[in-house]
Each structure stands twice: as C-alpha cells, then as structure tokens.
Design a protein around this ligand. Structure first.
Ligand code: AMP
Ligand code: MG
Length: 419
C-alpha cells in the first residue's frame, strides 16, 4: 500500500500521521542513496570470518583430489560381483587413508580398504565389511552390492574451475572450512567499515559517573556496540555529547573526518530536532523523516561530508528497532554484501496484542515451543519504547503490518528472529 492509502484512513487516530513515510519506502531511499564500497584487502583465512568476499572463489583443484572409499570394506572390480549366489575373492593387501595400496589388482582380487583411502588400481566398487564373510585371505561376497557403490569420485564435492563462493557472500564457519579445503591461506574481502557513534543528551551519565537528580546512565552506546560488533567493523565510540551547539558541531565534524558511517541517538524528536537540523544543514544533506513505525518514528538519514549519517531516536528500544530495520541492512549493503534481507517467519501468536492502524509495529516477542511442541510466539510484557528489558527478554520482533488492528490469540503473525 502507498502513503496516500494510509492518508485516507481515519485521521483522528493517534498512530496515523499523513506526513509519515512507510518503512519500506524509507529503506528503499536508504538503499538508493548508498553505493557499496569497492576497496578490498587480503586477510589470513581465519580473519575472513564474517567478512564480505570481494571476489569469487574459484577452485584450482578437485575435492576430493582422488577417487576414494566412502566406507571400510573391500575394493574390487565391480564386474566380479556375482549376478546371483556368491563368489570367492582373494584379499591381496590393505589400503589406508593417506597410505594407498600401490600394486595391481586383478580379476577376482580385492584390497581391504579404509574410509578415505584412495581406490587401488582399476578398482571401482567397495563392498562394505558387514556384507562379506572373510576366511583367512578370501572373502565370500553376495550379489547385493551395486557396481560403483561406496566410492567418492574425484571432484565430486568441488571440481577444478567451479565457483565455490560468490563475491558479496558473508563468510561463514562452513565457508572458511571450504576455503581451507582448497588449500587457500588468504582471502580477499571488502575493507572494514569504520562506524562512529555518540549519544546526545544533557541527562546522560557514563558508567563511573555519579547519577544526579533526573540523570540516567547512557545505555544506547552499549546496545549499539553490541549490535555493531556482530558485523565485523571498526567501532569508534565517541561517548556522550551534551545538547550544546558547539560540542555537537565538533563531534559531527570529527566523526565525518574519520568514519564511513555516523550513528547518533537522541536529539531527533520534535523539539530537539531543530537544533540538530541547523547544525547538519551547515555540514551535510540530511533528511528528517517521520516513519510510520512504532517504536522509532523520528529518523534522520543523509550524508555529512562523505559519511552516511543515521540519527536514531533516543529511546533505548527505538534505537534497537531502527538499527535492525534500517542501519544494519544499510551497513551490510555498504559492505557490498549481496543478500541483506532480514529473515521473517510466520507463527501463531498466543498473546493478545494491542494495536491501532497507521504504523508498522515491532512488538517484542518470545519464540518458544508450546505443550504440543509447536513453535508459537508471545509478547514480552510492557511494550513502551523506553523499556529495554522488553528487548532483553525477547528473541524476536513480532511485526504487525501498518493497517492491522489488535491481534487475538491464535492469529498467525510475522516474526523476525534475532538469531
Ligand atoms: P530524545 O530522543 O533525545 O528526546 O530521547 C528520548 C528518550 O530516550 C528520553 O527519555 C531520553 O532520556 C532517553 N535516552 C536518550 N538517549 C539515551 C541513551 N543514550 N541511553 C538511555 N536513554 C536515552
Ligand atoms: Mg535528548
């Protein structure tokens, strides 16, 4: 649906704002404004974990390199397997993984073989040891094994020239194993982004300071640290900046000269925005949006010099919601990651959820199994945008679409897991 569809809704509702931007449009605008970086660096394989590949990885060898046995058993010529009844085959040696059998293997001869051992001379089939009867140097085999059975062909996993991993992929534990299986010790990845952030607010104290009347400890810098740490980037924590023109101006300038991305929290809500707006008008091109979402309505996005800027709301839950919905996908896009879509699943909700049409809501949920072992979601309790415990208890967002009303227990809802 479009903005104007929403505009036609009953405008007496609190949650409806005719000037607001849809979440999907805000995200589209952000993606359109960001050009992924092209600079790359070569890092040792272990350091490439969770980084973004800047080149396809093409195999220069077959994996496995040689045809080998998938089981412990006896390697032989498949045409020696009897069509019916049984045959006697002579055991002439043993092949171990890493220590192949070097001799010839004739008709009606076999080699005792271990899993992973290279298939000896011209043999093509392995009969597993449970399927034979062995008496001294002779095995008795039946007709049950098929020609070519229990053998892993050279190049079966990866063939020379195969694209094993594509440019733009985020490197997983399986991927570094795969890269190691090709014998590669270094990987080319996009360079690390530098992300600077600071909190704004005269009421904020840092850990170690004594709280005075009306003060609170700054928690946003810690949730941001946590969320950013999962992205393999360089983090620059610039602390708390007072609601002071000069101090803010300096902080923005310093951040813009050192970082690719600047994130601030607080100071973009009505009443405070004007102040920040004035400062940013001088140094950059920043839009102040009202996004049709809850929590997290006010959001600033744009550029300060060459750095992308995200001005998030101050409330602790709003910070996390706007980070996950906008900043995280934007950073992944900027890092040149190709697949940046957030995974959602559909599950029954067992709580009643209060909602009014007009905004997409990100309620905090707990995904768990019910007594029938089925996955369901329930809400965490109070849903205020300042209640950080609701995030701490949650393992997912319950995403309620813009036009939806309250949810009755048993309704299928969309859920974004945090894991
Ligand atoms: P603001 O967007 O600056 O008006 O802040 C909205 C609310 O979030 C206020 O109650 C602030 O005290 C609170 N808040 C702002 N920044 C932080 C922070 N860094 N840590 C915890 N709470 C904050
Ligand atoms: Mg403030």
């Amino acid at each position: 649906m479009t903005n104007s569809d929403v505009n036609k809704q009953n405008s007496c509702m609190d949650d409806f704002d005719p000037d607001s931007l849809m979440v999907t449009d805000a995200l589209k605008n952000i993606y359109a404004a960001i050009s992924p970086i092209s600079e790359s660096e070569v890092v040792p394989i272990r350091e490439s974990l969770n980084r973004i590949l800047s080149k396809n990885i093409v195999s220069s060898l077959n994996v496995p390199t040689a045809t080998n046995s998938a089981m412990d058993g006896y390697a032989l010529h498949g045409n020696d397997i009897p069509k019916k009844s049984t045959s006697e085959i002579k055991v002439i040696g043993t092949a171990f993984a890493g220590k192949p059998y070097q001799g010839k293997v004739g008709q009606n001869e076999c080699v005792c073989i271990m899993t992973g051992a290279v298939m000896p001379d011209a043999t093509d089939t392995v009969i597993i040891q449970e399927h034979v009867e062995r008496v001294d140097d002779v095995i008795l085999i039946g007709a049950e094994t098929k020609l070519g059975a229990n053998v892993r062909q050279a190049g079966e996993d990866i063939a020379t020239g195969d694209i094993v991993l594509e440019k733009g992929a985020r490197i997983t534990p399986a991927d570094i194993g795969l890269i190691a299986s090709l014998g590669l010790g270094n990987v080319e990845v996009t360079r690390k982004l530098r992300v600077a952030f600071f909190s704004t607010g005269d009421e904020l104290c840092s850990i170690g300071e004594v709280l005075k009347d009306g003060n609170i400890y700054d928690s946003n810098r810690y949730t941001l640290f946590g969320m950013l740490s999962e992205l393999s980037i360089k983090i620059m924590d610039m602390g708390v900046i007072r609601d002071d023109r000069e101090a803010l101006q300096q902080a923005f300038e310093k951040a813009a000269s050192q970082a690719d991305v600047i994130i601030t929290t607080g100071g973009v809500s009505v009443g405070e925005a004007d102040f920040v707006k004035e400062i940013l008008q001088a140094t950059g091109s920043v839009n102040f949006w009202k996004v049709a979402m809850k929590p997290g309505r006010p959001l600033a996005f744009g550029k300060i010099k060459d750095a992308y800027f995200f001005g998030l709301p101050g409330n602790p839950v709003s910070v996390m919601v706007t980070f996950y919905q906008f900043v995280k996908p934007a950073i992944r896009h900027l890092m040149a990651e190709t697949k940046t879509e957030t995974v959602t699943i559909q599950v029954p909700c067992i709580s009643k959820l209060k909602k009014r049409p007009g905004r997409v809501e990100y309620q905090r949920g707990i995904l768990e199994r019910d007594k029938n072992n089925q996955w369901v979601v329930r809400k965490t309790g109070a849903q205020g945008s300042g209640i950080l415990r609701s995030m701490s208890q949650a393992n997912c967002f319950i995403v309620l679409p813009v036009n939806s009303n309250s949810v009755e227990p048993g309704t299928i809802v969309e859920v974004q897991p945090f894991f």
